[in-house]
Design a protein around this ligand. Structure first.
Ligand code: NAP
Length: 214
């Protein structure tokens, strides 16, 4: 496991793929992506809202079109962010291995691909569909808030083959204290989400009535 640094070959194109359910997207996600962009000298960060997350009950997740639209609204003012609907458009469960193979084909064999997501999601990789295939196609940036114990992640990486271990990088992001679960609770209980999500996302949630009744 490496702390955040660029890879040895800095001449290759490095792309960040920001994977998440984004239900809803918040400033913690955006700061994570921006921080990864800077720390790993990425050319761009592609946000990929999960279409049908295999590890979640379908009813527990907001409609993919809403999550995709909120992700578009949240990222539109950043020239090095973009959004891909590849998982939302694909039929069936959203498996990261399929997504990263899609981006490998798009960006070519020379590109360095980084899959960026929360450390808790990274810990679940052994249960993912074709986990080994994902390691073969990309590196991982495990985003965590400062002070979060990394012992579980250390235990996890120690069990990995050395070449896979070096493919996991940790990125500390103070703004990750914000969580989608807490935002959904706040809306449900009528509390403010101002300054926790971008304004267009806040307006979208207000206009659509998302999260009020769940
Ligand atoms: P999750 O279990 O909802 O989230 C785990 C933790 O990570 C939460 O604290 C979450 O905070 C945080 N998190 C999620 N995405 C993040 C991001 N991009 N940056 C920073 N923190 C993030 O995880 P998930 O969002 O559903 O899944 C994460 C990614 O793993 C998705 O792309 C998903 O498709 C992939 N995945 C793949 C498989 C598979 O291929 N079989 C299985 C599971 C997950 P918030 O709730 O605030 O976001």
């Amino acid at each position: 496991m490496k702390n955040h640094s660029t890879t040895d070959d800095d001449t290759s194109k490095a792309i960040g793929v920001m994977g998440g359910t984004f239900d809803p997207i918040h400033f913690g996600h955006l700061v994570t992506a921006e921080s990864a962009y800077e720390s790993f000298s990425l050319c761009e960060v592609v946000f990929v809202p999960a279409g049908d997350p295999p590890h979640k009950e379908p009813k527990a997740v907001t409609d993919a079109e809403h999550r995709l639209e909120m992700t578009r609204l949240a990222t539109e003012d950043n020239p090095h962010f973009c959004v891909s609907s590849v998982e939302v458009a694909r039929e069936g469960h959203s498996y990261t291995v399929d997504t990263m193979r899609h981006f490998r084909e798009k960006y070519g064999a020379e590109a360095e691909l980084y899959f960026i997501t929360g450390v808790d999601a990274i810990l679940q990789i052994p249960s993912w569909n074709n986990a080994e295939g994902v390691f073969e196609v990309c590196r991982f940036i495990a985003a965590t808030r400062p002070g979060y114990s990394l012992s579980e992640l250390m235990q996890f990486t120690e069990q990995l083959q050395p070449e896979y271990r070096d493919r996991i990088h940790v990125l500390e992001v103070p703004a990750l204290a914000i969580s989608s679960t807490d935002l959904r609770r706040r809306v449900r209980e009528g509390q403010s989400i101002k300054y926790l999500v971008p304004e267009p996302v806040q307006r979208y949630i207000e206009c659509t009535g998302l999260y009020r009744d769940i």
